[in-house]
Design a protein around this ligand. Sequence first.
Ligand code: GUN
Length: 296
Amino acid sequence: MTNIINGKEFAASLRAKVKVYVDEITKKENVTPGLAVILVGEDPASQVYVRNKGKQTIEAGMNSYEHKLDASTSRETLLNLVKKLNADDNVHGILCQLPLPDHLNEEEVINSIDPKKDVDGFHISNVGLLNTGQKSMVPCTPLGCLLLLKDRLGSLSGKNAVIIGRSNIVGKPMASLLLKESCTVTIAHSRTKNIEELCSTADILVAAVGRPEMVNKNWVKEGAIVIDVGINRIKKTVDGEEKNVLVGDVNFAAVKEIAGGITPVPGGVGPMTIACLLANTVTSCYRSRGLSDPEF
Ligand code: GUN
C-alpha cells in the first residue's frame, strides 16, 4: 500500500455516502437537508470556499441557501438573518464564513447560531459537549483528519498523538477527538521547547500551524502517520522558474520517505473539510427528525 493518503478520493466516497443518506431521508420523511451559508464581504479566498460549498451541497442532493452580504452589513442585520435561519425548518445547517469584517464580533455571531444547526461545531455549547465526550456537532477539519486516521490505522487506542497548533478551529478540537479515541495527546505550539524531539515521539502527527514546510524528516518517527492541515501559498523555484505554489506545514518530499502515511497538499485534508460539512448537515437533519445519526 502506498504511504500517500488520498484525501481527494476518500472525500469523494464520503460525499457518495452523504448522498445515500440524503436520498433516504428525502424519500422516507419528505425532507431535503438544507445548508445556509452566510458570506459577509468580498474576501477572495472566502468567495472560492463558499462557491465550492454551494456546488458540492447541490451535488449531494441537498438544498443550498447562500446569503451574500455587503462588507458594511450591521451587527443587527447579521444577527437578524441568523435568527431567521434558526427558525427556518428547511435549514438544517448554518455556516457563517470566517473571517468576518472587523466591526463584527465573530464569537457573538457564532454563538447566536442554534447549536443544533451549528454545522461548523464552533458554538460554545458544541465545544463544551465535545470536550466532555457528549454528542455534539464536530468541527469539520478535525473530523476529516480523524476519519483519515481511522481508515489507515483502525483503532487509535494507546497511540501517541502530537498536534502542532492550538487553534479553536483545528488544534483544540483535534486533541479532544483523539483523546476520545484513547490516544495520549500533546499539543505543541510556538512556545514549545524541543519541538522536533517531541514530534519525533509521535505515532500520529497533526500539523496545523500555518508555517510552510516547517515539519522536516528529523521531526518524524519512522512509520508515523502525518496529517498536514496547512494550506500555504508561497513562491517557489520549480525547474528554474519562480512559481506560486500551494504547500502544507510539512516538507512533503522529505517526510514521505519516512512516514507510514502522509497527506499531500493539495489533495489531502482540504477536500475532507467540505465533505464533513455536508455530513454534519445530514446528521443535523436526521437529528431534527429524531432519527439515529448516519454512520460515516
Ligand atoms: N474560514 C476558514 N475555514 C473556515 C471554516 O471551517 N468554517 C468557517 N465558518 N469559516 C472558515
